[in-house]
Write a protein that binds this ligand. Structure first.
Ligand code: TYD
Length: 202
C-alpha cells in the first residue's frame, strides 16, 4: 500500500462506507495494521460535536458550522490520526477536511479558500495523503438515503454546489485525488482503488 493517510469523500449517499468496508476486509487479509475513523467524530469530544452538528434540534449558521467541524477535526487529528500514523498504522478516514471545503466553503458559500485556510490551521497542515472521491449526481445519491441528518436533508441545489466544490478540489490537487464514478459497480470501483493504492504489492 502506497499511503498512510487515506480519505474517502463524496456527497451524502455516494457509497463511501461500502467501499471502506471492502478495503478494510482486504487490508486485514494482507495483515496491514490500520484504523478507520469518521468525521465528524472519532474522539469523545468530536462525537459530542457531531451530535450538535447533525441533530435537527439546532439552527446552525454556516460560520458556526464550519468552526464546529474544524474543532471536531482538530481534536481527532491531534488525539488519534497523527499518533496512530506515527505508530506505524495506516489511517483510513470516512470524510476529512476536504468535506468542509466542499460543504461549508462551496455548498454554504463561505468561500473555498477561507475554509481551506481555516482547516489548514485546525489540522496544522496535516491533510490526508490521498483521497478517493466518489462522484455522483445528487439526484441519484439523495434518493438512496434512508434517514437524512440535518445536513443530508438539504436541497439538491446545495449538493450540486458541494459536488462542484469536490470536483474543483480534485482538479487543484490532482496528484492526490482519484475520482471514481459512484454509479459504476462496486467491483469495478474497488479494483480501481486497489490498483491506485498498489494493494497487490502489500
Ligand atoms: P455522516 O452521517 O457521516 O454522513 P455520510 O454517511 O454521508 O458521510 O454525516 C456527515 C454529514 O456532515 C454529511 O451530511 C456531510 C456533512 N459534513 C460537512 O458538511 N462538513 C464536514 O466537514 C464533514 C466532515 C461532514
Amino acid at each position: 500500500m502506497n499511503c498512510n493517510y487515506l480519505a474517502f469523500e463524496g456527497i451524502d449517499g455516494s457509497g463511501k462506507t461500502t467501499l471502506i468496508n471492502e478495503l478494510s476486509a482486504e487490508l486485514s487479509k494482507a495483515s496491514i495494521d490500520f484504523k478507520i475513523v469518521r468525521e465528524p467524530g472519532g474522539t469523545k469530544l468530536s462525537e459530542g460535536i457531531r451530535d450538535l452538528l447533525l441533530s435537527h434540534d439546532f439552527e446552525v449558521n454556516p460560520t458556526a458550522e464550519a468552526l464546529l467541524f474544524s474543532a471536531s477535526r482538530a481534536q481527532l487529528v491531534q488525539e488519534v490520526v497523527k499518533p496512530s500514523i506515527e505508530n506505524g498504522q495506516v489511517v483510513i478516514t470516512d470524510r476529512s477536511a476536504y468535506s468542509s471545503v466542499a460543504y461549508q466553503g462551496v455548498g454554504r458559500g463561505l468561500g473555498y479558500k477561507n475554509v481551506y485556510e481555516l482547516n489548514d490551521f485546525a489540522i496544522s497542515s496535516y491533510w490526508p495523503e490521498k483521497v478517493v472521491l466518489l462522484d455522483i449526481d445528487p439526484e441519484i445519491s439523495l434518493s438512496r438515503q434512508k434517514i437524512a441528518d440535518r445536513i443530508g436533508s438539504d436541497k439538491v441545489s446545495f449538493f450540486n454546489k458541494v459536488r462542484d466544490g469536490y470536483l474543483q478540489l480534485a482538479e487543484d490537487f490532482s496528484d492526490k485525488f482519484l475520482v471514481i464514478n459512484a454509479e459504476d459497480s462496486k467491483e469495478e470501483n474497488f479494483t480501481k482503488v486497489s490498483e491506485w493504492l498498489d494493494l497487490a504489492k502489500s
